[in-house]
Design a protein around this ligand. Structure first.
Ligand SMILES: O=C(O)CCC(=O)C(=O)O
Length: 271
């Protein structure tokens, strides 16, 4: 799963790059197994509000777990170090690259709510948005009907002001020209990489089935992370001379990806 030169150029030009089939069926089944456990353990919470930014909605559900690592899952801890992830991220934002955050957004069938327009750099505030990338992994098929990610290509070339989103208990949002929006449909296992400056949003899930996206965020070492300043163990290097693997990467040991995957698939088969 090495990115081709034309894909890297597309990412640089458009600010975003969809890659179908980045993760195979076994990998997605293992990641979904962890999602099922998070749900069973009540680790996802509804961040949708009734329009006042505070009162949680009982009608609209945008379920989020953030952060996942390092606490909640050996498989998720191992994921940023999967060789194909390391290679793709280093190709897109350069090496050394640092993992900074992971989270899942789950939109239940019927009443799943979207996440309003924003750029990730409105949160991370790195000096050059091209130093950071999101990697949004479709854990289920992501379609227009179930509210998949929408992006505004090339929006990393300008900046819009953000304000508190009244429909969420903590998100911020902006108001771009939505006629420029492009839906990104991905089969489960597909990935969208997007520059920290890319405007994106998700929409309501109008289908009966749930849909989840797992978002990972990475920066190049050159990024000044401000309040996200790296604290070595919590925000480990995935590439370059300081790259950490396995037990060195976190206070809580992270197995290597292939081992974590085998372990998870075995656990899924037993349950
Ligand atoms: O999946 C979603 O609803 C939002 C995802 C997102 O905003 C992100 O990954 O940065």
């Amino acid at each position: 799963m090495k990115l081709r030169h034309d894909q890297i150029r597309q990412f640089q030009r458009e600010g975003c790059l969809p890659v179908q089939g980045f993760f195979n069926a076994s990998e997605i089944s293992a990641l979904r197994g962890e999602l099922e456990r998070f749900k069973a353990e009540g680790l996802l919470r509804n961040v949708s509000t009734e329009g006042d930014g505070a009162t949680h909605s009982t009608q609209r559900m945008n379920l989020q777990i953030c952060p996942i690592s390092p606490k909640h899952s050996p498989l998720m801890r191992a994921l940023p170090f999967a060789p194909k992830v390391v290679e793709a991220i280093s190709d897109l934002i350069g090496s050394p690259a640092i993992f900074i955050l992971d989270q899942i957004f789950l939109k239940p069938g019927g009443n799943g709510a979207g996440t309003s327009w924003h750029t990730d750099n409105s949160y991370f505030k790195v000096q050059d948005p091209a130093l950071g990338t999101g990697m949004w992994i479709a854990l289920h098929d992501a379609t227009v009907a179930n509210g998949t990610l929408h992006v505004i290509p090339r929006s990393h070339t300008y900046e819009l002001p953000h304000e508190r989103d009244p429909m969420s208990d903590h998100h911020i949002r902006c108001y771009p020209d939505e006629s420029l929006a492009v839906p990104v449909e991905l089969a489960a296992g597909g990935v969208l990489f997007f520059n920290f400056g890319i405007l994106h949003s998700t929409r309501a899930n109008t289908t009966p089935n749930e849909r989840a996206g797992l978002a990972l965020h990475f920066v190049n070492e050159k990024a000044d992370l401000g309040r996200w300043r790296k604290t070595s163990k919590q925000q480990p290097y995935i590439s370059g001379p300081c790259a950490q693997r396995g037990a060195d990467a976190w206070d809580t040991a992270a197995p290597i990806w292939e081992e974590a995957l085998d372990h998870q698939l075995l656990a899924c088969a037993r349950s």
